[in-house]
Every structure is written in structure tokens, then in C-alpha cells.
Ligand binder design. Sequence first.
Ligand code: PEP
Ligand code: MG
Length: 750
Amino acid sequence: MQKKASDYLNLLFDIGELADLVTGSSDLESFLELVVDRVARHFNAPVCSIYLYNEKSNRLTLKATKGLKPEAVNKIHMKPGEGLVGRSFETLSIVREGNAGKNPGYKYFKEAGEEPFNSFLCVPIKRGVEKIGVLVVQHRDLNHFEMSDERAIWTVVNQLAGAIENARLLIAFSQAGEDSEVTESLVFVKGSAAAAGYALGKAVVLNEQQKSILYDPVPGEDQFTKQDFSLAIEKTTLELKDLQKRFEQKLPESASLIFTAHFMILKDKNFIGKMGDLIDEGLSPADAVRKIAAKYMGIFSASPHAYMREKAQDVEDLSVRILNNFRSREEKTDYENGSIAIARQVFPSDILKYVSAGVQGIILASGGVTSHVTILARSLQIPLIIAEESGLLDLPVNTTILMDGDLGNIYINPKKETIALFETKARVEKEAHVVSMEKTTWTKDRKRVILLANINLLSEVPLAKVLKAEGIGLYRTEFPFLIRSTFPSEAEQYVIYKKLFDGMKNCPISIRTLDAGGEKTLAYSDSPKETNPELGLRSIRFSLKHRDIFEFQIRAMLRAAAGKKEIRIIFPLISSIDEFLEAKQVVYDCMEALSREDLEFNRDVALGMMVELPSVLATIDEFAKEADFFSIGTNDFIQYLLAADRSNKMVADHYIPCHPAVNRGIARIAEAAIAGGIEISVCGEMAHEKEYIPFLLGVGIHTLSVDPQFLPMVQKTVMNLSMADAVEYAKRMLAETTVKGARSVLEAFK
Ligand code: PEP
Ligand code: MG
């Protein structure tokens, strides 16, 4: 039998031969061509190809081939995980197929002329932890490659990896600045849906583009005069006032304070005045703005205090506005006027700014997102998609984008037919949204279920009322804290809480104390960075540690509740009875202080707790004696019980709402509440998930609190259920000891 060349491949590619490859090539492309040619020869394989990975576009591209059609080079792309090539790259494993066409994962490219090749051997190219690309050899014969070939080609690829990596970086470098291939060919991106809805608009890439004016001159700026500068300052002041007004209408809790820092800086003689001085000294107006802005930003960014560093962003934002205002309005390309904002990162306050400025939808092109950004986008009813496609950040300004926030789909320069389809869909949904809801909710066998609304922003209260929520099961007070640059005072909070209580008169309202920390970081709170924020000084722990902040909040709540019925205060993230009693004591102390001060307040507020930590399970019966009510925060309860971060995609498979420990935990909490004669509700996302509703009802939880938009769906689900069936179903679920078993019960009920 003829010995295959690969049997002695280990001997090839010694240093001399490698040097030949590098020095013998005239450019990077020809280096890769020499490599594929040489490997093909040594392997006696008719085809050898190299695909290199581009981080920016997050895809592999055919960069050199021997045996496939040369015109396919630079034209064939694959995402990591896509096809056998993508799979080998993603999993960093060798893929060997004797009859590649039969593998369902095989992706066949007609334009490359791949059809006659049956045997396929693909090896990832990596250097250290850096993934570089893949090398593929193909052969006509079935089952041509053997185990020994795998080893041999692995050795060769490892020897070449360093040189290929250099080539890849240099190619990427030489291409930078050219209009990238991504922007030309990006037509569709699949992201994950974070907030539902549909939006059509022009792309505006934020952060980068917005800020570039701070560093790069704009055409014609040498013509600007000192008078243009004064006009720009005037225009900026008006623009901010206008923005502020829109803000107040949409978001009363922001209480006109969002731009305070901007207004103050605009009045600062050292800021605007110094710019004027520099212009008088002969510097161009635009450069004068840049120079002073850079100085201020430098000073603020260097501060060890987070709230001071935050000021650097204010200066930056303001300076960008001033520079933009040197030009006429028509020339501006910012995010106003119904655009789709694309950003690398957003904070809750950014979302508010975008929405107030008229942005229709938001795409996060990389990085994670805190669940509060998601919750906020949902509350503001603006679609939000998280897409790990940094190519989106390179889209030219004004590219048309269609977002389908229900599915996480992004269409770039969509066809007319696609737009028409979505417009029809949106219209139909809007019509369907005006659903008629029953005033009260009953199961088929006439058992009463109470549906409440989760409210994050005051602007959601009218919708909750239209959709006949019987009250508010959870008002998250953190948003007024999150969107501002300082702690809101007692007086400011009082105004917000009073609006909330007035907005839902005579209905039960549960208002939660500050649930900050963890992923809901307050930029201005000067707490040191924690290595493990979810297990750190968050929520009630933060409040008890910062007693003054806590007391201001409790006082504002008690005062706003004066004369109101059925107001309840909930403490989040309670971990022990001691902690709960300590929190309650703060309320009593505040009551005492308020009566000493002769201020009006409500003495009859109920005091309850979020059940979110597994630690409370062991003493849940005793908790039921201390608390006036329980509200299960399933989002955190699942996260902490299963040790699976609720916002980490990598552990999403471990975040299992139907896990037997979760099921039995919820049932145990319900049992304790019922035995103790206190109210129990669920306000985590599980309460609006169709498949979990029967279980919750079945274990005796008859009050569900959900985001307002889910109310019609939840009511319909409940009305189609009989309580007797739900009880039977819950029993079956509780009997399961494995996730698999629980899932099969869940499936059977669907
Ligand atoms: C929960 O944890 O389920 C909950 C409702 O609270 P949040 O989502 O605000 O943490
Ligand atoms: Mg929670």
C-alpha cells in the first residue's frame, strides 16, 4: 500500500521550510497561498484552505485556497459555530468527516466549487488562548483522512500558527480605515430580544461618532467667529431646556434634575469664560471649546470619586453639544428625530436621554447589559436588542434599520416588502392591544385571582389602570436613584411617591425600599468596587449601612402615604429575621421622629418582605409571624438558589425556573404564608410566564404582579384554568426530583 505523505509530516515544516514560506512570499496574501499550496502538497490533498477570523465582524473569511475556486477568496464567510468550519473554530476541536455532505452541520458553498470533495479535515489555528482561524483539507475519496492525519496536520498548524497570526493582524491592520467589508455586506443580524416592539429609523452610532467632534476638526470650523461661539452657547442652553421639558413629561421622577450639572457648567466662568479668553487670544472657537473641555475632563476623570468621574461625562456631553451647535441644525446627525441608537454600552440614564430625544429603538452592539437597562427599556416601551456584532458600530450614519424587538432581529437597509410586512404586523398588534379586560379575574371554577402591576416609572401607571390592574404589587424605587447624578432628597422622593399613590387611589400599593448595589450601581455612590457585587453590599444591606439615606426614603414614603389606604412597604433581599426586624425598627423610628416634628404621615402602612434568598427558607414560618406579607422575587430567588447569575448568558442554562429546588422552595414559602395568615404574591418574571402560572396558582399563590403589558395575557391564561386542575398539576410538579422530570410535567401541560 502506498505510504501516505502525512505519515511523515512531523518531519516537515522545520524552521528552514517555515522561513522559506515567509521570506518567499511577496505579500501577506501570497504567504497564505504558499502555506495552503505546501500543505496540500504534503498531504496529497487536492484542496487546502485557510479561513481567518475577524473579531470586528465576528466571522471567519476564506483567505487562501488551493483547489477551491480562487474567486471565492474573501467572499465566503462563516460565523463561529456555523458549518463544520465554524464549529471547529468555536470549539477549538478537530473535525474529521469521511462523507462531509452527510453531516447535517456541513455548510456547502456552491461558489467555491466544493461539491466533488467528500472527505473533510478541519483544524483550528490558535496561538495561546487567541483563536486565529482554521485550516481545512479536503479530498474526493470517501473516508480518506485518518487519525494519523489529524495528528500530523495539528502539528503543522501549530508550527505555522505564529506566522499566520502575524499575517492576520497585518491584514486586519492594513484594512482598517478602509470602508470595512462588514458595512458593505451586513444585511441581517440576529440578536437577543431584551425589550419588545418594532422600530424603523436611521442608524446613529452613539458614543464614538458623537464624541469624535471633540477630537477631529469639522469642515469649515476655521471660519467660526466669537459671535458663532456665543450663539452656540445660547443654542445649547435652549436645546437643554427643551430636552428637559420633554424629559419631565415622559419621566416625572427625573424631576428636572438630569441636566443640572450641564446648566451649572454653562454658568461657570472658568468654563465658558475661559473659552472666551482663549478665543480673544487667537485660538479658534472650536479649539477653545476642545481645550477647556479636555482640561476639565482630565481633572474629573482623575478623581478617585465615582461621582466626580461621572462629571467628566457631563462635560463631554455638554462640549459635544456646544461644538455641534456651531453648525446649523440641518447639518446635525445626532440621535434626535426618530433614529435607532446603536451603542457599545448604555447606562439607565442614557436610555432616558435617548428616549426623551425621540430615539425609536436601541441596539447594544457588544457587551452585557444590566437587567435594569432592560427593565427600563420595557417600561418606556422602546425596543431593545442586544447583538454581539460589533460590525454594527461601523454602520454609516443614516443607514436604515428595522428592529424586531420581539425576536431580536435587526434588518439593515431592509427591502420595501420587509418594511411593509412589519408595518402591517405593528398595526394589527396595536389594534389587538386595545383589549377589553375583565375588571376582576376568576379561574374557570370561579376562584378569585388578583392581578397587580409592577411599576418602574410613573409613566406606566396610566397603562396599568387602563388594563385594570387591581393595584401595584411592586414599585421599584431605584429608578429615580439610578437615573440621577446624586441621591434624591426626602423632598424630591416625597413628590414622586405622592404622585404614585395619587395615581392609583384606593388600590393596594406595595412600594419597595431601595434595591441598589449589585448590578444596579449608583454611579455617584462612593462605595468601593466589589469583587462579587451580587453578594456584596446591595439592597437592604446598603440601606441599613447608610442609615441616613434609608431614613430619608422611609420618611418620604410615610409622608406621601398620609391619608391613603393599603400602602405597603417591602424590604428587598432580606436574609435573616434580625435584618427584617432591624429594617422594621427604622420605620418605627421614622414614625416617632415624624410625630415629634409634627408632620403628617401614615401610621398604618403594612411592612412586608421580598422573599429572594434561600437563607429565609429555614425560618420561613417565623418570618410569617413577623411580616405582614410576602412577595416572592423569583428573579433573584432562582439566581441565588441555583447560584446562576440572572444576567449572565453563559450560565443561562443553569438558571432553571422549574428546578425542583425552586418549585419546592416556592411551595414552602406559600405554605408558610397561608398557615401564618398573611398575603402572598409573586412579582418576579415567573408570574407572567404562561407555563409557570398554573404551578403558582396550584401552590396557593393567588396574587400575581406583572409588568402592565402582560396583564391581558396573564388574565387570559388564568381564566382558561381551573384551580382544581392547577392544584393537581402543582402536586405532580412537586413530586418531581429532577429537572428532566419537571420539564416533562411542564411540557405535558402545554
Ligand atoms: C425579583 O428579584 O424577582 C424582583 C422582582 O426584583 P428585581 O427584579 O427588581 O430584582
Ligand atoms: Mg430582586
